[in-house]
Design a protein around this ligand. Structure first.
Ligand code: SAM
Length: 481
């Protein structure tokens, strides 16, 4: 197999020899300070007439930075990652929650408690009525954006069930609540099924690669449809062929050597850019967690918090226009550190069990993994504001068709402060009015007043101010941000 980023064959665009050569190159150059300085200079955002621009890094350059152990250079990486984050995403953090529909699974992923042989975990599948109840519970917290999750099971969770569930979710309008964007994290499927998901109005299609190392992948997925490395790795190409513009990548850190995964992840992003003209919409950075029948200590490749932070900063520098997602697998402490280094989306008040939002006690018997950050959504919103972030419930890009490269051009044109910032403030105001505790509400409006001043265009600022007044003074909720 030869390395070819434009190929549609998994083993050519995620080429093992190229990854090995990249790791060797990175190791050779990890103390090459002139080269590291040149790569850092390339990564730095540059000012333009309208905002900033960023070149990004290729997988070889980024791997050199990841291998570098010079503390001064690592601190420089963190500063640049933070500059990029502020230049393209500002201080907004988009909030979402996962919704587990079914944990029946025919696969045998050795790290996942849903694996078919686990007789210990309670198997559940939500009915449409139960989905409605879960969605009402999520709306009552203030959520507007969900990711639906299922195990892979053609009998219990066929595509028709997923499509019907999406329709149910979009159809629930409880008090002032509605779910405005449903992202989907289900197993790799066919072009035809991706087309159906697109027609059902999904936002991002998310699929974690788990590991890019083919041999390990096959050992970690010994039986079931997920065993097929090529079918799994080529899923994003089929999704894009089926018309889905926004795809979300990720690896499960802890399964394989992180440097290998990092190079593979970036090669996957380069491949999507080369073939489809647009890179991934998001990259998630999940780490392996304790779960029913799963002990992370039995896996050899766990990464510590500092390495995790370095990976996050290096991804931020390599693909500056790709959103980055952190889940509640991570603690408040880790999340606080990583938000600064490039994260643009975070989940809040998550339940990883089927039916978990309507169950009182944790842990639940169908939980997928341990949730480290167990705070309520109100606490998450307050924490974000206290750490100088703007919690955003905005879904306007998706609603207005600004997906794929149309979102990228908004990001690249530097218009984010005139567009995303006011939307974030207006959706925050909706949240404060409808769901916040008095303490969060008071802090929220102080933050909003301050942040409104950052909108450069006076006309846009005036409209945002007026809309926020309308939200405060009435029950008007027809802005559909
Ligand atoms: N079933 C779908 C598939 O096969 O891709 C996706 C849904 S699965 C519920 C979502 C993700 O959870 C998986 O892709 C995996 O990376 C992650 N996951 C599984 N077990 C985990 C564990 N023990 N700790 C952390 N994340 C885990």
């Amino acid at each position: 197999m030869i390395y070819n980023p434009s190929s549609l064959q998994a083993e050519e665009f995620i080429n093992h020899d190229e990854i090995q050569a990249t790791l060797a190159y990175a190791e050779e150059n990890k103390n090459n300070l002139p080269l590291i300085d040149a790569i850092l200079e390339k990564a730095r955002p540059k000012k333009t007439e309208t905002g900033y621009t960023c070149e990004g890094l290729n997988h070889r350059e980024a791997s050199v930075l990841l291998a570098c152990e010079n503390e001064e250079k690592i601190q420089e990486m963190y500063r640049i990652a933070e500059e990029i984050k502020l230049a393209f995403y500002g201080n907004r953090i988009v909030i979402f929650a996962p919704l587990y529909l079914s944990n029946y699974c025919v696969n045998s992923c050795v790290y996942c408690p849903y694996h078919a042989k686990n007789k210990d975990i309670a198997r559940k599948k939500l009915t449409q009525e139960e989905i409605r109840t879960e969605v009402i519970a999520l709306q009552d917290m203030g959520h507007k954006r969900l990711v639906i999750e299922t195990g892979e099971d053609p009998v219990h969770a066929p595509i028709e069930y997923v499509l019907e569930s999406i329709k149910t979710i979009y159809g629930v309008h409880h008090k002032n609540g509605d779910i405005r964007r449903v992202n989907v994290n289900i197993a790799a499927t066919t072009v035809e099924n991706y087309r159906k998901l697109k027609d059902a109005g999904i936002g991002t299609y998310i699929l974690f690669q788990e590991t890019y190392h083919k041999e390990s992948y096959e050992q970690l997925h010994p039986t079931g449809p997920k065993h097929d490395y090529a079918y799994h790795t080529e899923a994003m190409d089929r999704a894009m062929e089926g018309g889905i513009d926004d795809v979300g990548l990720g690896v499960l850190f802890g399964l394989e050597r992180y440097k290998y995964e990092f190079a593979g992840l970036l090669m996957h992003a380069e491949h999507l850019e080369a073939v489809h003209g647009v890179g991934p919409h998001t990259i998630s950075v999940p780490r392996l967690k304790k779960a029913n029948d799963i002990d992370p200590d039995t896996f050899d490749n766990g990464i510590d918090d500092d390495t995790f932070a370095k990976i996050t900063a290096c991804i931020r520098m390599a693909v500056p226009y790709t959103g980055m997602i952190i889940s509640t697998r991570e603690s408040e402490e880790v999340r606080t550190k990583l938000l600064r280094l490039g994260i643009s989306q975070a989940s809040g008040a998550s339940r990883t069990s089927v039916g978990g939002y309507t169950e009182e006690e944790r842990p639940h018997d169908s939980e997928q993994f341990d949730v480290s950050d167990q705070r309520t959504l109100d606490e998450i919103v307050r924490w974000l504001m206290e750490t100088n972030h703007i919690p955003s419930f905005c879904t306007a890009c998706y609603r207005l068709g600004r997906t794929g490269d149309r979102f990228m051009s908004l990001c690249k044109s530097g218009q984010i402060l005139n567009c995303c910032h006011p939307n974030a403030l207006m959706t925050l105001s909706e949240y404060l009015q409808d769901y916040a505790t008095p303490e969060t509400k008071q802090l929220g409006y102080e933050v909003i007043q301050k942040e409104l001043q950052k909108i450069p265009n006076p006309k846009v600022r005036q409209i945002a101010e007026q809309n926020i007044k309308d939200i405060q003074n009435s029950n008007r909720r027809d802005f559909r941000f």
